[in-house]
Design a protein around this ligand. Structure first.
Ligand SMILES: C[S@@+](CC[C@H](N)C(=O)[O-])C[C@H]1O[C@@H](n2cnc3c(N)ncnc32)[C@H](O)[C@@H]1O
Length: 242
């Protein structure tokens, strides 16, 4: 009996209609569907793929032991997550060794800041793998905002808001267009960096782009400090136009 294949399936930004045909086929054809979720929740990825998962498929939720309660650079966080990924790999490897293909769902694109990558890096030597790309969350957000992002020679930068504020300012000073991801509790810091870099006038705040509860507003109008996990800032380029 040959081992199963691990397939990283990109789900797109949230609207279930933005899954690719290939993603739907991969999900439907896999006897095992795995997904990450916050403990006690169904999980956003599972929600997005809901209408393509059948009763006879085996579902494997991988519950994060912690998300944002501890700082990401704290040794306890690093060690806890390392152990979580090891245990998750052992769970998925058991299915793969038994010859069952595993579709591991990933919001947006699997290779763009995805948890999937931590599983892929550990299992790629042992099992056959395949990647189904997905529409990245930021593309869903700039489409939702109907905001063209890059023109002509514009240089786009993608920044995690987890970076120090000074570094965000520095990097904003060296680009034409920018996306600042991973806002959540980092919103005040990111907003301040955008102000300091003199980029606030055109900046947009997008929450839950393409999902239910979507919000698009000027960053200047986002005056409170609370942002959900699915939120980002867009700074469009203003480059060459014939
Ligand atoms: C860990 S990254 C995963 C990115 C994902 N793999 C992708 O391709 O978009 C999660 C961050 O992506 C951004 N994000 C992804 N989808 C989004 C959406 N639909 N609306 C707003 N932000 C989104 C948020 O900044 C969020 O904190």
């Amino acid at each position: 009996m040959s081992a199963g294949k691990l397939i990283g399936v990109g789900l797109g930004p949230g609207d279930p209609e933005l899954l690719t045909v290939k993603a739907v086929k991969a999900i439907k054809a896999s006897p095992v569907v795995a997904f990450f979720a916050k403990a006690g929740r169904r999980g956003n990825a599972r929600e997005i793929a809901d209408c393509w998962i059948a009763h006879e498929q085996t579902e494997v939720p991988l519950y994060y032991p912690m998300t944002t309660e501890t700082r990401f650079d704290h040794p306890v966080y690093i060690e806890t997550l390392r152990a979580f990924y090891e245990t998750s790999c052992a769970t998925l490897a058991a299915h793969l060794e038994a010859g069952r293909d595993v579709a591991l769902l990933a919001e947006g694109d699997p290779f763009f800041y995805g948890s999937f990558m931590h599983i892929y890096a550990r299992l790629r030597e042992r099992f056959e793998t395949a990647i189904v790309p997905g529409v990245p969350g930021m593309a869903g957000c700039w489409s939702a905002a109907e905001t063209p992002m890059t023109w002509g020679d514009d240089v786009l930068i993608v920044l995690p808001a987890t970076l120090p504020e000074d570094e965000i300012v520095e990097r904003l000073n060296c680009c034409d267009a920018a996306v600042i991801m991973k806002l959540g509790a980092n919103l005040p810091k990111a907003r301040n960096a955008v102000l300091r870099a003199g980029r606030a006038a055109s900046a947009l705040y997008v929450e839950r782009g393409t999902m239910s509860g979507e919000k698009v507003l000027k960053l200047a109008d986002k005056t409170d400090d609370s942002a959900p996990y699915f939120s980002l800032i867009l700074i469009p380029g203003e480059g060459r136009r014939p």
